[in-house]
Design a protein around this ligand. Sequence first.
Ligand SMILES: Cc1cc2nc3c(=O)[nH]c(=O)nc-3n(C[C@H](O)[C@H](O)[C@H](O)COP(=O)(O)O)c2cc1C
Length: 180
Amino acid sequence: MNVLVISASPRTIGRTGVVGRYLKNSYDVELMDLAKNPLPLYTGEPAQAESEQIKDFRKKVLDADGIVLVSPEYHGAMSGAAKNALDFLSADHFRYKATAIMVCAGGGKGGINALGNMRTTLRSLYANTIPTQMVLDPVDIDRENDTLMEGIVPKVQGLMEEFFYYTQAGIEIRKAKAKG
Ligand SMILES: Cc1cc2nc3c(=O)[nH]c(=O)nc-3n(C[C@H](O)[C@H](O)[C@H](O)COP(=O)(O)O)c2cc1C
């Protein structure tokens, strides 16, 4: 099973990156950190499609059996970095694949709008976003040790367990579709 985690904060010192690295260190997943490797602004120009960076990004998502998208909530929505990354992709990258969504919010009961916003956009891409989703507040992030606080770990484990089941189901569905 090939799982890609996209950490979609533009900030290298951000909390979202801590979540991405936690997932990388805890599970057999590949991490793409958009703070460390920012994508250009999508223009749709043919030259962009030819760039090695965009070809590599699109291939990574295409090759993934499941995708975890972790974004900060900025002004009631996913980050510009997250939406811009998704603008480079199409339904071909997501159809019959599980996605899981996680949001880092400011701790003032925020996060749900970004989650809703990500779910709507991913549906437009024909992704199968799993029902369980989560908001991580600043209190859930242990910045000093670059990991998650213990209290939030069971929730993350529950989400990932469900995500892996759906990812496996997606693999079976794509196999069955390929057979015809
Ligand atoms: C431009 C901006 C807008 C934000 N808007 C919201 C918001 O609408 N709701 C919220 O809960 N937090 C908001 N926050 C707080 C961030 O979600 C929070 O700091 C989160 O940890 C950011 O992730 P990052 O550290 O990876 O950038 C905002 C922060 C910034 C910089």
